[in-house]
Structure formats: structure tokens, C-alpha cells
Design a protein around this ligand. Structure first.
Ligand SMILES: [Zn+2]
Ligand SMILES: [Zn+2]
Length: 334
């Protein structure tokens, strides 16, 4: 049950702190004049935070429903990831021994310092994996067919984070595991023992702090931006909201999850100068292609096949069968 799991992004504690930040945001904007603040502020604190036009929007209702359906196939995806993690670790471990030789003793004895270093490397590796895959999901047309599902949300609520096509989740998950396995194999090799990161409630402390400090507001209408200098280091909720914006000046910007310096480094950072009124979705001109849960699951396959083999009508079915086989094949191997 996601709201009770500290590793889930909608864990009740993360939702509670997001609520506190929403109240502070309301108080901050209520002291500013109209034009420099969101329109919803004039509806009062409850009207602003729990705006029914957002929480009961057709797109939001689709997200709630989709969240439950995704829960059903979650184990298939996780099973596939568990297999991949194991395979990557074995490969990297063997690779290090082949290149640098088998080590009998540690280069660095395990200590608090190695634990802190490993904790940071785990957070950086996870974050870099998200940046790389997110960049590719936007730039590679085939991957965009699946990532479009996330961007088709017309309003943002914390549930929108789960509006991800299983293929999108698998891609990010597998690249993330590859980088984590590389970090694990590297630290295992150097310290001659299995490294452990510093955790709170079994979650990496950096990731825990990130989730606790308003993570859920990035999928919301609550505008929380950081001072410009901090927006070069950490991605603010407002920066992720601009990533969802339909405005051309925001296209392909702010791919980052925790850290903003990947975007800064690769020229895809967008730092808002003040409050911006945003519209969310894929396109202003074209209608939203995802009108039902079935559309969300199946249309990306049809669109992907139309790209690969435009003249074949059996394509989407073959594509879907391969995907189901790949996901559930993982559970059989376990
Ligand atoms: Zn995106
Ligand atoms: Zn998002």
C-alpha cells in the first residue's frame, strides 16, 4: 500500500510535508498583489489547495484509476528489475576483477567515510539515470510514444507521478539499476565488503530528504520555486511543473529529478524568474490522444508500431505480446 511505504513517493509523511509547504505557499502569495500570484489564491486557502477543478478534473480521475491498474502489473515490472539488477552486478563485479585483478584485501577499509561516499554516489547514480533516460524519452521518437503518457496529464496532482507507461518505468528502472549495480560493484571491490548507504526508514537519506522537502508539489498546481542560485543545484517543484508546460519555451527543459546541475551541464536548464501561469499537456493544437485507461496502455504500442512498420496492421498486437512476455518473463526466471 503506497501511502504506508517510505520508499513510495506518496508515503503519508511526504504528503503531510507537501501540505505544510502548500499552506506556506498560500500565505506567501496571499500577501502579493494580483497578477504576481496564482488566480486560485483569491478563493481562500481551502479553495486554493483543494481546488475541485484540479482534484476532480477528468485527467486527475484518470490518474487515480490508472494508479490502481498499474499496481496490478507492478510486480511483473519489479520482477524484471530484480533480475536485471542481479545480472548487472554480476557483470560489473566480474569486469572489475578481469581488468584490475582479484583483490584479497580492501583498498579502503569500510568506515563512516566510505558509507557517506557510497550514500552520495547512490543518490547521484539514481539521479543521473533519471536524467539520461528522461532526456532520451524526449529526444528518441520511439521512446517518446511511451513517455507521452506522463505528459498527457492536463492537471497535476501527486497521483500524476504514477501516470507512467510500464515501458517507460522499465526503461528508467533498468538504466537506474545498471548505474546502481556499477556503484555497488565498485564499492564492493574497493572495500572488499558489501557497501551500505545511510538510510532513514530504509530509504537513502538524500532521497528521503528530497521526498520530505515538498517532492509531491512537483506534480501539483502549488508554485514553489527556489532562489535562482539554488535552482542551478536542485530542481524545484516549479521547475518540474514547467517541464510539463505546453508553452514552447519550456519544451525539453528540466529533465532532472533531484539535482539541477545535469540540466545546467547539458544546456537544458530552465530557471523561472517569478511565478508563471502554466498550462499542462502535450499540445494546444492537437486533442489529448489518451481518453481512457485502455488508450494509455495500448495507444503507445500502436504509435510505436506505426513508426517501425507503418504498413502492418498486426504490429500493435505483436508489440504488446512481446512487452507482456518481457515483463512477466522476469517473474518466471526468479
Ligand atoms: Zn518528460
Ligand atoms: Zn512529471
Amino acid at each position: 500500500m503506497a501511502p504506508l511505504l517510505p520508499s513510495a513517493r506518496i508515503f503519508y509523511l511526504y504528503i503531510a510535508t507537501a501540505f505544510v509547504f502548500s499552506v506556506v505557499t498560500y500565505l506567501y502569495f496571499s500577501m502579493r498583489e494580483e497578477g504576481a500570484r496564482p488566480e486560485g489564491i483569491s478563493r481562500g486557502i481551502v479553495g486554493y489547495i483543494f481546488d475541485p477543478q484540479i482534484w476532480f478534473h477528468k485527467s486527475a480521475k484518470q490518474d487515480y484509476l490508472y494508479f490502481f491498474f498499474n499496481g496490478l502489473i507492478y510486480f511483473g515490472v519489479v520482477a524484471q528489475l530484480l533480475v536485471s539488477g542481479h545480472v548487472f552486478f554480476e557483470a560489473f563485479g566480474a569486469g572489475l576483477e578481469r581488468v584490475f585483478g582479484v583483490r584479497e584485501t580492501a583498498v579502503f577499509a569500510p568506515s563512516l567515510l566510505t558509507a557517506i561516499a557510497y550514500t552520495l554516489v547512490v543518490a547521484l547514480a539514481t539521479d543521473l539515470a533519471v536524467w539520461i533516460t528522461h532526456y532520451l524519452q524526449h529526444k528518441v521518437t520511439l521512446l517518446w510514444q511511451f513517455h507521452q503518457v506522463h505528459h498527457s496529464a492536463e492537471v497535476l496532482t501527486p497521483a500524476t507521478v504514477y501516470r507512467m507507461h510500464p515501458i517507460d518505468m522499465l526503461f528508467t528502472g533498468i538504466v537506474g539499476l545498471a548505474l546502481l549495480a556499477l556503484a555497488f560493484a565498485g564499492f564492493s571491490y574497493l572495500t572488499a565488503s558489501a557497501p551500505k548507504d545511510v538510510t532513514v526508514m530504509n530509504v537513502n537519506v538524500v532521497v528521503f530528504a528530497f521526498y520530505l522537502l515538498g517532492y509531491n508539489l512537483r506534480h501539483s498546481h502549488i508554485w514553489v520555486s527556489y532562489p535562482p542560485w539554488l535552482s542551478y543545484i536542485l530542481i524545484s517543484p516549479a521547475q518540474h511543473q514547467t517541464h510539463h508546460s505546453i508553452d514552447a519555451k519550456h519544451y525539453d527543459k528540466n529533465f532532472g529529478l533531484i539535482f539541477a546541475f545535469w540540466d545546467w551541464l547539458f544546456g537544458t536548464l530552465y530557471v523561472p524568474k517569478g511565478y508563471e501561469k502554466l498550462e499542462f499537456g502535450i499540445s494546444r493544437e492537437e486533442p489529448n490522444p489518451f481518453n481512457s485507461i485502455t488508450d494509455i496502455y495500448l495507444k503507445p504500442f500502436a504509435k510505436a508500431w506505426a513508426l517501425l512498420a507503418p504498413n502492418s496492421i498486426a504490429g500493435p498486437l505483436i508489440c504488446l505480446t512481446i512487452a507482456i512476455g518481457a515483463v512477466f518473463g522476469g517473474s518466471l526466471i526468479l
